[in-house]
Ligand binder design. Sequence first.
Ligand code: DGT
Ligand code: CA
Ligand code: CA
Ligand code: ZN
Length: 584
Amino acid sequence: MDKNEVAAVLGEIGTLLELKGENPFKTRAYHNAVRVLEGLDGSLEKLVAEKRLGELKGFGEALQDKVTTLVTTGRLPYFEELKASLPPGLPALLEIQGLGPKKVKKLHDELGIDSMEKLEAACHAGTIAALEGFGEKSQSKILEAIAFKRQFASRHRLFDALVVAEPILECLRGHPDVIRCSTAGSLRRWKEVIGDIDFLVSSKNPSAVIEDFVSQPGIQSVLAKGETKASVILGAGIQADLRVVADVEYPFALAYFTGSKEHNIVMRQRAIARGLRLNEYGLFRSHEETRDPALRIPCRDEADIFAELGLAYVPPELREDHGEFAAVESGGRLPKLIEWTELKGSLHNHSNWSDGRDTLEAIAAHAHELGLGYWAVTDHSRASFQANGLDLRRLAEQKEAIRRVNESYAAEGSDFRLLTGSEVDILKDGLDFDDETLAGLDVVVASLHVPSSDPAENTRRLVRAAENPYVHMLGHLTGRLLLERDAYKLDVDAVVDACAATGTWIELNASPYRFDLDWRLWKRARDKGVKCVINCDAHRLHHFDFLRLGAGIARKGWLTRADVINTLTLPALRTELEAKRRKG
Ligand code: DGT
Ligand code: CA
Ligand code: CA
Ligand code: ZN
């Protein structure tokens, strides 16, 4: 286990102990340990190997033992026993606004409440209002909070779903009874927000696969279990459906359950137009609905199905009926979509100089280790004081610090470089830094963090930022936070036009909370000549992984390698970074 995983387990232990009503010193020790680990610069593994955990603040012997076990074995029996000793639904109650560990414990001890459903029923029965320390008002607040949670409970950000789906897929892949398997549905199509996770498996022994699927660790509840399908609620509160089919049916089932519904409808129509029938069981030589194996046209994979219908293969990301059919019929080809491994770095990121967690040295080392060519440090500008934005003096110091880091790479003969930069705030009347300051930076991202309520005003500010010759790109253009906050009101088309006219790039912010600009808008922006930059907006080292997410969203937006600036090597990138300034 790495540092972050260990910290997550310790945090959970702290919470579970609180739910048990353990003494506050003990629980606080765990929460403190989380902070210490989060702030730790070096390798935790190394500290463990050298038996130096005791040097960390507040790490007594018991804690050292537990961390050592976690790091070396990846498991901690103490944690598993602790989890098993509490009702599984209890931690979820903590997510209800206004309920802390003390209150949840009281609800459990006095009323036997161990799930959202029981809590809701108790509210309706008026039992919560009568409970000491709660009252009428907090009872109605709890009901409101439950309703709020429900509204979002069935929608999840892509990353949260991937994190739980990928290990399950790996398990299925290793199962002796599984022939082929895949995710399907909106997850496979890389939608930014998904309802439930879909898995598809082909097997000669469905019941063995289903049994193992519903009995995997960490499942909250089993919603349904049949001979060839099952539905469960995973630990993260996300529903997952599994379907098991015979291997001859697998390509057809995969195409069907990948969707989208809109895409499937057109596929079925094309089949009908050819005197065929397409459904989840096959493509049949038939004018009626059927699943007669004798009529099935054999297809080894999805590409065969597309070919039978006179189409080139359409990757899952494009199956939204957003123009893919027009592109691939009558011998047409899709553009070769970008691959995330073609990305050479990210041009909008933060360090511990503003609101990021890591040092310049750690950031450079991580990017270098991932085989990237460059990484821009674009910390916040001074107006973002809540994010510890840099003033002119600190910006100058940071440039110097970055120069020193780069010298050490040059000395080792490495071509890797950090790039200097700023995520400069777009203020009411101009940018937070003057042109001269911006001209001294490698990379300038301009972002609107405090929008106006007037859409025309927002549009005007962004257009002006694009017109500045020292601004390379606009960051998270619409400001949306998925499942949390809508985009601010503005005329996106007008801003895209301004970017096209001035040669300003637009960021595809790859944070799973943002994915901003939305994938639906990229085809049009690209056709107007606007280049995309896929940026991690990293505040932590593990945010570097967002490159893969962002590239998937760019694929969904039909973008190719040539459309994305940060596929360029460093020398080619430097030329492009200079281009707008020369024109301006
Ligand atoms: P989600 O889960 O809401 O994010 O979206 P999907 O697309 O994953 O939808 P889901 O899980 O309900 O079903 C998976 C796929 O199965 C869906 O993309 C297309 C296919 N499918 C399900 N129901 C129907 C249907 O009534 N008609 C057609 N043509 N396809 C369907
Ligand atoms: Ca789904
Ligand atoms: Ca589903
Ligand atoms: Zn920002």
